[in-house]
Structure formats: structure tokens, C-alpha cells
Design a protein around this ligand. Structure first.
Ligand code: GAL
Length: 672
């Protein structure tokens, strides 16, 4: 960031996607006045404006955008200017029908929605870069320009295109990765089912086929798709860095549990500032757990630095089966959870609820009801809160525990043809995140193979793909006395998705001191019971999804066994020195009991002893030692927080070492 134009940094800034092109121009006056009222400090502008900026091929019109930029600049609103390449205009499909994406079933998708382009299309790339070049030249000097926003949620709808152009690009990618056809055949295990390739031209994307596709091919395909999208991002970013030096460039990630196709560990180093979008998914039992997970993962991608929440919603979205409205106060709780997890900017989609178009029932800062509405009043309150807590900008989240997150493991775990389709990588991770939050402990997210030395405890959910680097990092951590907890289906395959022979968990056998002969997953809804005669909190707890049949090596302690089900009598929970292993999906009670012991042994304490039940507590700290305790009362019970200091949100100072938190409220307490 050295030499970069300063993105608003001295405060926690409120912002939104701003789509003024959806409205008559006079609405701009009201928009600017309302933005001042609630304190909007940045907007993402022009995200879906390509059809207005280039209404006819090579015919550009920037006058309207000039006027909007000028007005925003005069009003002191920083602009995160989009390159507008997310959605080409309809004429693009007419001129370049081959650039439309094709599904695995061979259906070529039409334009008419958004993001209808193949990531490997040279026509799309050429036309996109032509637009970016003009935007960069025109607006680089504009005083309102604070940041470039490349494309939008890259890969949101078109992450996998199965067309011939993609097939050719995939083949090139494979040759670059594997070198030659023999190595590729070996890596894909093509002796199986008569799949051996004698000519690279016969390799196709994993299109719809008769039965289970080749899993090694699918893993490479996932990697290729992520890389193809990243290449498009880098092409735009490089052009912007050349034509608009000193202006930070970002693209908004989608660090949500339901999004799986982009390996953001490989994307993150190419962002000048990491930004993400997050939408609550109503299908989760407690959506706020996944919200915290998303913030922690984003912070991990940002290397611990503050990041930008580019979008979330004031209330309901419009794209789920049932779109739940947020409860009163939830807007602030959700926003402050992101801030707690490291966001220094809180953005929303979108400024004004649309009158037309497929997102017209999506909430916004200015709802259909206008400014005489609950949502607007909560937005104004949020703006005031963010200004009040502004001094926390730039501080970092304090965490002694890490979770290892790995996209290769996610892709292979969630693939077809495995022991159980009920076992999903994100579900397993979220179950442990929920436990850690109940324990009041904040966690970082790290890549497999990353240095773990600064953590007291590390949770490793289903690290299915075990690279030598990942094994080395876990081994070094255990060697240094870090408590490392690994869960089932870890260490099983190498980075080609080949099983590591000799008993599971393959590459982690020695570290964990266990040897599993056979997986024995459970039927849907089936439950087994654990026995732990010397551990009351675990004894008689239940587990689901998975069991396995194995034995322990000398020096490994069995902490619990399965007492019922297909693996009755076998080890369910083991420990060798500080290496813990969990061979099943524990119930919440089981997870809580295991974490309690593990965190005690690792000497990790909660961010705040005696927090109100259901409240989330995170600590952020400046380099100079100023420390903030952020409490978000998801439980709605309120209570007295045992902290001395001042709550920057309410302005209350502690009385006798405790600060009152109203039910459902948020507090950001600067410790005295
Ligand atoms: C995001 C997107 C926005 C808007 C929003 C609705 O995927 O970036 O443009 O569609 O979702 O929730």
C-alpha cells in the first residue's frame, strides 16, 4: 500500500453500491442529501453500467458518469469505481455468441440476466479491457476516485464454463501444470475405466457424463476454473496499475460458506485491499455463526489486516427460497460483527431499493417506503455508531486459535463418489466454528501449510488433501507444543486426489498415532453414542454422519470410543501428546466438551470471561496497545459486561468495573 492514494482509513466508513443510472437524474440531489444524513462515506459506482457506458459497440458515453463523479466528489463521498465489466450489454451476445457460457449439460446460456460470459473468452477479455482502459484514462485524476473495483463478485454465476474455448484453455493449463501427457495420465489415474489419453485433444471439461467423473480431473478442473477467473482479474488489475498508478485495486470476494469455486488463498495476494460481500443464509440454524466465519476467513485472506465489507444487506435479500427480513437491531448486530472480525468499512447492496428488475424486492439503505421507515432510521443510527467507534480503524483482531481452511480439501470432500455425501467440508468447519464461538474464543483462518507457530491451538476440519507442506506445518506445530485437533477424512489423499496407502489418515498417521482400516459412515439421521468412562462431559454424547474402524499406536490415548453403530468398540476420539483426533461429527455438546478440555490444556481463555449467553465477543488492538472489546448480543439477553472503560457506541462509562449492555445491543468498549 506504500504510495497508494489513501482509502478512507481514519474511521470506520459506511458505504454502499450506488446505481444512480436506475433513477432520473434529479434523484441524485435527494441521494446526496440522504447520504449526508446517514453518513455514507464511500460508494461502489458503475458495477452494472457497461450497457450505458458503451451503448453500442465501441461507442462510449461517459457524460452521465462524469456528472455523478463530480457530485459525489463535491459531497466528499469517496468512489470505489467499478470497471463495469461484470455484465456485458446485449449487443455483446449478438456479436460474440461463442462468448456465452455453456453448462455441463451443453446448454449455451443466453444473455438476459447478468455475468453471461465465458471466463476464457478472448472476445470478452478484449472488450472488457477496452472499457477498463477508457475508464482508467478518464477518471484516474478525478478527485472522487478512491479505489478501483474490478468486475464484481467474480465467478458469481459463471465460475464454470464447459464450452470449447474453455476446453482448449483447460488443456493448455494442464500441460503447464503436468508437463506432458504421461504425467497427466498418471496424475488422473486414467488406467481406471479405460480413460487413458493418447492425445491431449481428447481431454474435455468434466461435462455431463454417464457415471461418476474422474475425481482427479474434477480437482484439476476446479483449480483451472479458479485460475481462469483470476487471470481475468489480473488482466484488469495490471491495466489499472499501469494507467492509474497509486489507486488501490480490489475485487469483492464472496467469502460465504455456500460459495466454493474460487481458491481465494491464491487471489488474496493480488488485492491492494481485501474486500468481500456477505449475505445471511436463512437455511442455517444460526446464520450468525456463518457470518462470523465469513469475517474470520476474510481477515485470514487479508493476512490479519483490516478489510472492507463491500456488500451486505439492511434486511431481506431476494434470491433465497424464503427471504427473511432482519429483526429490529439485527442490522447493527450484523454490521458490528463484521467490524469485530476486522472490517474497517461496512458496505451494503444497494443504496436505493430498485423499482424494477430482478432485485426489486432486495432490501436497501433507502427502502421502497422511503426515509420514513424503520430501515432508514436503523441506517442513520448505524452511521452514527460507525462514526463513534471510528478510532478502532486500523486495529487488528486478537486470536490465539486458528482454523485451517483449504479449497482443494473442500473440492475433493464435496465431490461425488466418496464415503458419504452427507459429509460436507463447510458444514464440518462451521460445526467447530460454532463451538469456538460458544467458547468465546476468536479464531483466525490460515491456509494449509501456513506457519502455525503463533497459535496455541489449531483446528483442522477434514483436511482431505494432505500436501507435504501441510503435514510439515502441522507436525512442526505439534512439535512446538501447539494443540492441533484434526477431524475425520483428513490426510487421506495427495494433491492429485490419490489415496495415500497403508491405512487412513495416510499422511497424518504418524502424527496422530492412529491407523484406520475402514470408514463406516452413518445413514441419514442415524446417531451413534460415545463412551468415555473417564470423561463425564463426553460420555454418552452422540455423533452423526461418520464413524470409522481403526486402532491406535503405542503412545496414543483413546479418549472416547463408539459404543453403538457400525464401529462400536473402536476409537472415536484420541490424543497423542498435543495431537488430537476426532473420527466423527460430534454433537454440539461433544464439541463443547472437547473444546473445553483442549482450550484449557492450550491455556486459551475466552475474550471476555462471563459474557452474556449468546453474545459474541472479539478484541481488536492497535499497535500502540489501545484495546477494544466488541460485544454483539445475538442472544438478546443483555447484561453487565465486566470491563473497565467507555462504550464508544452508547457513550457509557463503566460503573465499578462493569458496563451495562442493553438486550440485543452492540458495544465497543475501549478498555481503560
Ligand atoms: C451480490 C451482488 C449484488 C447483488 C447482491 C444481492 O451477489 O454483488 O450486485 O446482486 O448480491 O444480494
Amino acid at each position: 500500500m506504500a504510495g497508494m492514494r489513501p482509502w478512507p482509513r481514519d474511521t470506520v466508513v459506511l458505504g454502499c453500491d450506488y446505481n444512480p443510472e436506475q433513477w432520473p437524474e434529479h434523484v441524485l440531489d435527494e441521494d446526496i442529501a440522504l447520504m449526508a444524513e446517514c453518513g455514507v462515506g464511500f460508494v461502489s459506482l458503475g458495477i452494472f453500467s457497461w450497457a450505458l457506458l458503451e451503448p453500442t459497440p465501441d461507442g462510449y458515453e461517459f457524460d452521465w458518469l462524469d456528472r455523478v463523479m463530480d457530485r459525489l466528489g463535491d459531497a466528499g463521498v469517496a468512489v470505489d469505481l467499478a470497471t463495469a465489466t461484470a455484465s456485458p450489454p446485449p449487443w455483446f451476445a449478438r456479436l460474440h455468441p461463442d462468448a456465452l457460457p455453456v453448462t455441463a449439460d451443453g446448454v449455451r446460456l443466453s444473455h438476459g440476466s447478468r455475468q453471461s460470459w465465458c471466463p476464457s473468452s478472448p472476445d470478452y477479455r478484449r472488450r472488457a479491457l477496452a472499457l477498463v482502459e477508457r475508464l482508467a484514462q478518464r477518471y484516474h485524476e478525478h478527485p472522487a476516485l478512491a479505489m478501483w473495483h474490478v468486475n464484481n463478485e467474480i465467478g458469481c454465476h459463471n465460475s464454470q464454463c464447459f464450452c470449447e474455448t474453455s476446453a482448449a484453455a483447460f488443456r493448455q493449463w494442464l500441460i503447464a501444470r503436468h508437463g506432458d501427457l504421461d504425467t497427466l495420465n498418471e496424475a488422473w489415474g486414467t488406467t481406471f475405466w479405460s480413460q487413458r489419453y493418447s492425445d491431449i485433444v481428447d481431454v474435455v471439461p468434466p461435462r455431463a457424463t454417464t457415471a461418476g467423473p474422474n475425481p482427479s480431473a474434477v480437482l484439476d478442473w476446479q483449480r483451472f476454473c479458479s485460475d481462469a477467473l483470476l487471470e481475468g482479474y489480473l488482466a484488469e488489475r495490471d491495466l489499472l496499475h499501469r494507467l492509474s498508478p497509486g489507486v488501490p485495486v480490489t475485487t469483492n470476494f464472496m467469502t460465504m460458506a455456500g460459495i466454493r469455486d474460487m481458491d481465494y488463498w491464491s487471489w488474496a495476494p493480488h488485492q491492494d485491499i481485501v474486500s468481500t460481500d456477505h449475505y445471511l443464509f436463512g437455511g442455517f440454524e444460526d446464520p450468525s455463526i456463518e457470518l462470523s466465519f465469513s469475517g474470520d476467513l476474510t481477515r485470514g485472506l487479508a493476512g490479519g489486516a483490516p478489510w472492507i465489507l463491500m456488500e451486505h444487506s439492511t434486511s431481506a435479500v431476494n434470491w433465497q427460497q424464503v427471504n427473511l427480513a432482519k429483526a429490529p437491531g439485527q442490522l447493527a448486530r450484523n454490521s458490528l460483527t463484521h467490524v469485530a472480525r476486522g472490517a474497517d468499512a461496512v458496505g451494503f447492496f444497494q443504496w436505493r431499493a430498485s423499482e424494477a428488475g430482478s432485485e426489486k424486492y432486495h432490501s436497501a439503505l433507502v427502502p421502497h417506503a422511503g426515509s420514513d421507515s424503520r430501515i432508514w432510521r436503523e441506517v442513520v443510527d448505524l452511521g452514527a455508531s460507525l462514526r463513534a467507534i471510528g478510532e478502532i480503524a486500523g486495529s487488528r483482531v486478537v486470536a490465539d486459535v486458528a482454523v485451517v481452511w483449504d479449497w482443494d480439501s473442500r473440492w475433493t470432500t464435496d465431490a461425488p463418489s466418496k464415503p458419504s455425501q452427507a459429509h460436507r467440508y463447510a458444514d464440518e468447519t462451521l460445526a467447530w466454528c460454532a463451538g469456538l464461538r460458544r467458547a468465546g474464543v476468536t479464531t483466525d483462518f490460515v491456509a494449509a501449510g501456513a506457519d502455525l507457530s503463533r497459535y496455541s491451538a489449531v483446528i483442522v476440519p477434514s483436511l482431505h488433501v494432505a500436501t507435504p507442506e501441510a503435514v510439515a506445518a502441522l507436525t512442526a506445530a505439534v512439535g512446538a507444543g501447539t494443540h492441533v485437533l484434526v477431524t475425520y477424512f483428513s490426510g487421506v489423499v495427495d494433491d492429485r486426489d490419490h489415496v495415500i496407502l497403508g491405512g487412513y489418515p495416510g499422511a497424518l498417521r504418524d502424527l496422530l498415532g492412529i491407523r484406520i482400516d475402514e470408514f463406516a459412515p452413518l445413514r441419514e439421521g442415524e446417531t451413534v453414542t460415545l463412551g468415555a468412562p473417564h470423561w463425564e462431559a463426553v460420555d454418552a454424547t452422540t455423533a452423526t454422519v461418520w464413524t470409522e474402524r481403526g486402532r491406535v499406536e503405542d503412545g496414543t490415548e483413546i479418549l472416547a470410543t463408539f459404543t453403538t453403530g457400525p464401529s462400536a468398540g473402536m476409537a472415536a476420539l484420541t490424543r497423542r501428546a498435543t495431537a488430537w483426533y476426532v473420527g466423527t461429527r460430534l454433537s454440539a455438546d461433544g464439541i463443547d466438551a472437547v473444546l473445553e478440555r483442549l482450550l484449557t490444556d492450550a491455556e486459551v481463555s475466552p475474550a471476555l470471561a462471563a459474557a452474556p449467553p449468546g453474545a459474541e465477543v472479539v478484541v481488536r488492538r492497535h499497535d500502540d496497545g489501545r484495546e477494544y472489546v466488541i460485544v454483539v448480543d445475538h442472544g438478546g439477553l443483555g447484561g453487565d459486561l465486566p470491563i473497565s472503560g467507555v462504550d464508544l457506541v452508547s457513550g457509557a462509562t463503566d460503573a465499578g468495573g462493569s458496563i451495562h449492555l442493553a438486550p440485543g445491543a452492540v458495544a465497543v468498549v475501549r478498555r481503560s
